[in-house]
Design a protein around this ligand. Structure first.
Ligand code: GLU
Length: 444
C-alpha cells in the first residue's frame, strides 16, 4: 500500500468529508509499515475494503414540536465493518452531525472495538437533531420517528447501537421502547439500557473510569500515579463526569470542566460535593457550566477551552478536534506529563505531533476511551445469557480489558528509544485482528 495514494483516492471519491479523511490518514500513516510486511493483504485490496464502510443508511426524520410545527432532521447509520462481530457503536444527536463525522466515528470504532478483545464490529449513527432546549416529549417524538426508519437495519446479531454525545439513558430508553414495539421482540439490540430492562451496572461510568484505568497504566510505566496530580478535564457530560469521579477517588485534583459555551477553573479543585452539583446540573436540570462559577465563585471563561491552564494531566472529554496544535504547545510548556483522551479524536494531527515530539505520555481515544464500548460488550453478553453481573464483577473485567489494551499498545507501539507511540500501537493492534478476520472470510 502507498498510504498517500489510498488517501488521495478516498478524498477524490468522497470529497467534503474532512473528519473522515483525518481519521483515515492517522491510521494509514501508522499501519503502512506493518501492512506492507503482508503482501497477501494488498493482493485483495484489503485497505480500501477496510476504509470504506460496508454500507450507509441515510433518511429524513419528521416529527412535531410542542407548538405543532413539523420539523425535519437527517438520520444516519454507518455500518462500517463486521468482520469480528455485529456492527457496534453509539448514536450521536448533535446539530453538527453529518456523514463525515459519522464515517470518522464508525471507522475509529472498528479499531477500538477490535482492541477491546470482545467480538464487536464497528458502526455509528445519529442525527443533526439537538436535544438541547427540547422538552421530554419533543425528544420522545423525535426518537420514535427516528426509530421508524432505523429499526429494520439493526438487531441483536446485526447491529447494536448505544449512546454517544446527546444520547444518554433517556434517549436509549426511548429508542429501545420504540424498537421493541416495531420489532415485536425483547432483545438486547441496544446497550446503555436502564438497569430494569437489561442494562449493565457500570455502563454509565465505564468510559470515564476506563480512561483513568488506562491513564494509571501509562503512569505506572513512569513509576508514578495520580496522587496529588492536577488534571484539566474538558466536557461535563457522561464521560467527563465519571472521569472526574475516578480522578478524585485515586487522589488527583480536578481543576476544570467545560461545555460548548466555556470552561470553569476552580483552583481549590472540584471535590465530591461540587461534582455532585455538576451531575445534578447537567443530568437533571440540563443547565450550563457557568452556573457552577456563579455558585462557587470561581473563574469562568466564556468561549474558550481549558488547555491554557497549568496542570500535570489533560483529559479531553468533550468532542472531536477540541485541542489544536497551539493548545498542545501551551500544555507542554506548562509541564503536562500525560494526555489521555476520553472523547473521540479530540486532538488535531498537529496537537498529536506536539505531544509525541515532546515524548510525553499520549493515549488516543480509540485506546483510552474503549472502556465504554467494552462494558457495552459485557452488557451484550449478560443479555445473551440472561443474567446480570455485580458492579464489582463488571468493574474488574473493565480494569483487565483496559490493562490488556495498554499491553497491546506497548507491544505494537514501542519505538527504538523505548518511547511508546500509543497511536501506532493502538492502530496496528486493532488493525491486525480485523485484517486477519477479513482475510479468513474471503472477498466479501
Ligand atoms: N459512543 C461510545 C464510543 O464512542 C460507546 C459506543 C457503544 O457503547 O456502543 O465508543
Amino acid at each position: 500500500m502507498n498510504a498517500a495514494k489510498v488517501l488521495d483516492d478516498l478524498k477524490r471519491r468522497f470529497p467534503n468529508e474532512p473528519e473522515y479523511h483525518q481519521a483515515v490518514e492517522e491510521v494509514l500513516s501508522t499501519i503502512e509499515e506493518e501492512y506492507n510486511k503482508h503482501p497477501e493483504f494488498d493482493k485483495v485490496n484489503l485497505i480500501e475494503r477496510l476504509c470504506i464502510p460496508d454500507r450507509v443508511y441515510q433518511f429524513r426524520v419528521t416529527w412535531m414540536d410542542d407548538k405543532g410545527n413539523i420539523q425535519t432532521n437527517m438520520g444516519y447509520r454507518v455500518q462500517h465493518n463486521n468482520a469480528i462481530g455485529p456492527y457496534k457503536g453509539g448514536i450521536r444527536f448533535h446539530a453538527s452531525v453529518n456523514l463525515s463525522i459519522l464515517k470518522f466515528l464508525a471507522f475509529e470504532q472498528t479499531f477500538k472495538n477490535s482492541l477491546t478483545t470482545l467480538p464487536m464490529g464497528g458502526g455509528k449513527g445519529g442525527s443533526d437533531f439537538s436535544p438541547r432546549g427540547k422538552s421530554n416529549m419533543e425528544v420522545m417524538r423525535f426518537v420514535q420517528s427516528f426509530m421508524l426508519e432505523l429499526w429494520r437495519h439493526i438487531g441483536p446479531e446485526t447491529d447494536v447501537p448505544a449512546g454517544d454525545i446527546g444520547v444518554g439513558g433517556r434517549e436509549v430508553g426511548f429508542m429501545f421502547g420504540m424498537y421493541k414495539k416495531l420489532a415485536h421482540e425483547f432483545t438486547g439490540t441496544f446497550t446503555g439500557k436502564g438497569r430494569e430492562f437489561g442494562g449493565s451496572l457500570i455502563r454509565p461510568e465505564a468510559t470515564g473510569y476506563g480512561n483513568i484505568y488506562f491513564l494509571m497504566e501509562m503512569l505506572k510505566t513512569k513509576g508514578t500515579d495520580l496522587k496529588g496530580k492536577s488534571c484539566l478535564i474538558s466536557g461535563s457530560g457522561n464521560v467527563a463526569q465519571y472521569t472526574a469521579e475516578k480522578v478524585l477517588e485515586l487522589g488527583g485534583k480536578v481543576l476544570t470542566m467545560s461545555d460548548s459555551d466555556g470552561y470553569i477553573f476552580d483552583p481549590d479543585g472540584i471535590d465530591r460535593e461540587k461534582l455532585d452539583y455538576i451531575m445534578e446540573l447537567k443530568n437533571l436540570y440540563r443547565g450550563r457550566i457557568r452556573e457552577y462559577a456563579d455558585k462557587y465563585g470561581c473563574k469562568y471563561v466564556e468561549g474558550a477551552r481549558p488547555w491554557g491552564e497549568k496542570a500535570d494531566i489533560a483529559l479531553p472529554s468533550a468532542t472531536q478536534n477540541e485541542l489544536n496544535g497551539d493548545d498542545a504547545k501551551k500544555l507542554v510548556a506548562n509541564g503536562v506529563i500525560a494526555v489521555s483522551e476520553g472523547a473521540n479524536m479530540p486532538s488535531t494531527p498537529e496537537a498529536i505531533k506536539v505531544f509525541q515530539d515532546a515524548k510525553i505520555l499520549y493515549a488516543p481515544g480509540k485506546a483510552a476511551n474503549a472502556g465504554g464500548v467494552s462494558v457495552s460488550g459485557l452488557e451484550m453478553t449478560q443479555n445473551s445469557i440472561k443474567l446480570s453481573w455485580s458492579a464489582e464483577e463488571v468493574d474488574e473485567k473493565l480494569k483487565s480489558i483496559m490493562k490488556n489494551i495498554h499491553e497491546a499498545c506497548v507491544q505494537y507501539g514501542t519505538e527504538a528509544d523505548g518511547y511508546v507511540n500509543y497511536v501506532k500501537g493502538a492502530n496496528v493492534a486493532g488493525f491486525m485482528k480485523v485484517a486477519k478476520a477479513m482475510m479468513a472470510q474471503g472477498i466479501v
